[in-house]
Design a protein around this ligand. Structure first.
Ligand SMILES: *Cc1c(COP(=O)(O)O)cnc(C)c1O
Length: 247
């Protein structure tokens, strides 16, 4: 995998260092252990070689938001890491973070380590069926919470989170991890992430093991870490500007 030693690798080393420093600084402000925050590198629109390079640099978790793109990249990255110089590097864990169409859930269940965008019962059932069909271990599930009350952007209203979580827990193929949220554009992210933290606390009261919060992106990860995020999903601050942005 030649680009590993090229300019792009140096660029990724620099941006990864700067990003890790941002997360560490945010943890100091929040009085949190930096190990309590998992970085998910959002690699949508970027090539498989970038994912492989990040894996070699120690990034073990990557996020994608479209099944068609992700399912092809999973195969390419495994191949790059298998045939590349750094043979001991394990493939990353794939996190599906985008709105999920029901008909794609079987495919996603065949490669994803976690799905962060579960917002309806139908997905719970289809992802569980997909895990069985693929003969895989349990799939981690984050219930996506709507923080702007606009169902078009994905997410379940906060008063329906526990009921949906109950359905996840009822399926042995799935493991409930916690909640996921995206700060609405027009709102102060601190307010949005405080709301999400309150929803997360209510979920933990019902399901104590569901202690994860997937929140924070390039522009607002500091606010998310202050409000308890355990999984930040960062794309552009790490990989650069996206030419075609699928959201
Ligand atoms: C694209 C995307 C991200 C990353 O956004 P950046 O602003 O590039 O860091 C995070 N979460 C979701 C759900 C996304 O679709």
């Amino acid at each position: 995998m030649p680009p590993l030693d090229g300019e792009r690798r140096a660029e990724l080393v620099r941006s990864l260092g700067a990003l890790r420093a941002r997360i560490a600084d945010a943890c100091i402000v929040a009085r949190r252990d930096p190990h309590s925050v998992t970085l998910i590198a959002v690699t949508k629109t970027f090539p498989a070689v970038d994912v492989a390079t990040l894996a070699v640099l120690g990034v073990g978790d990557v996020g994608e938001n479209r099944d068609q793109e992700a399912s092809a990249k999973v195969v390419e990255v495994a191949e790059l890491l298998r045939t590349g110089a750094d043979q001991r590097v394990a493939p990353p864990r794939w996190h599906f973070i985008g709105q999920l169409q029901s008909r794609k859930s079987r495919s996603v269940a065949s490669y994803a380590h976690a799905v962060h965008s579960v917002d309806r019962l139908e997905l719970v059932e289809q992802l569980a069926a997909g895990v069985t069909r693929a003969g895989r271990d349990r799939l981690d599930i984050f219930v996506q919470v709507s923080l702007d009350g606009d169902p078009a952007r994905g997410g379940v209203p906060s008063d329906r989170v526990v009921a949906l979580a109950d359905a996840v827990v009822a399926r042995s193929e799935l493991r409930l991890r916690g909640v996921m949220g995206i700060a609405p554009l027009a709102v102060d992210p601190r307010a949005a992430f405080a709301d999400l933290a309150a929803v997360a606390a209510r979920l933990r009261a019902a399901h104590p093991e569901a202690d994860a919060i997937s929140a924070g992106m390039s522009a607002d990860l500091e606010a998310a870490v202050v409000h308890g995020s355990t999984h930040v999903r960062v794309g552009s601050a790490l990989l650069g500007r996206r030419d075609q942005d699928f959201g």
